[in-house]
Design a protein. Structure first.
Length: 232
């Protein structure tokens, strides 16, 4: 299966239509010594399918898959996210040995940026090797791709992902998090337009985001739970 066949298409007021044999699994955020999310641990793996539809309204009785409930509840899935490229929406922070681009609009509330005083503080102090390491680690683990670190040469620093989809879990907040697209998976709007391909992005699956199709952290206030209590 060529990479061009791997994609996610947003159905109007309906699910995410996934094609191209993309792997699907759970991914759980785990806490470090500071009591903040620090690493991701792989959880349940779902049977591989060439095509499948993931619930976007948050009300399916067969999560993570769509069961048609969106039609019964008249789900309003209108896409409201700005389609400008990431760099056109990001601020830039320049540190002594590392730069950071930050697009807050993509924040999904995962809190990996809190590591060791915060990603921004670590970039400011990136002439210290440990601070530089912490900045890169926290940005790489930011599932939404809000934070990206750069070498002073202008070369992007990014984790190497094979294309896959994960369903994130946030045990600390006791909620199920967004859908994480990893490895540059193409995302296509209901109107046929394509969003910028990014190394990682998070899609709303609770139905409450005000920045659809992307997650804006609303699942936390909504206490969204996909029903997999084995991860609590």
């Amino acid at each position: 299966m060529s990479a061009s066949n791997k994609k996610v298409v947003i159905a109007k007021n309906g699910p995410y239509l996934v094609s191209g044999n993309l792997p699907l699994s759970k991914e759980i955020s785990t806490l470090g010594e500071e009591g903040q999310p620090e690493t991701w641990v792989k959880g349940k793996e779902y049977p591989k399918q060439k095509n499948y539809a993931l619930c976007r309204c948050g009300h399916s009785q067969n999560k993570p898959y769509c069961d048609g409930t969106h039609t019964k509840i008249n789900f309003d899935g209108r896409e409201t996210a700005d389609r400008k490229p990431y760099l056109n929406q990001a601020d830039k922070l320049t540190g002594p040995d590392l730069d950071l681009t930050d697009a807050p609009v993509f924040c999904s509330g995962a809190r990996f940026c809190h590591l060791s005083g915060g990603t921004w503080n670590n970039v400011d102090n990136s002439d210290d090797p440990q601070a530089k390491k912490n900045a890169i680690q926290s940005a790489d683990n930011c599932p939404s791709g809000r934070l990206v670190t750069w070498e002073k040469s202008g070369k992007v620093i990014a984790p190497k992902f094979d294309p896959e989809i994960t369903l994130t879990e946030d045990p600390q907040a006791e909620v199920s998090g967004p859908i994480r697209l990893k490895g540059g998976i193409p995302l296509e709007s209901e109107d046929g337009q394509k969003y910028e391909i990014r190394n990682q992005a998070t899609l709303c699956r609770c139905g409450h985001s005000q920045n659809k199709p992307f997650c804006d952290g609303s699942h936390i206030d909504a206490n969204f739970n996909d029903g997999d209590d084995s991860l609590r």
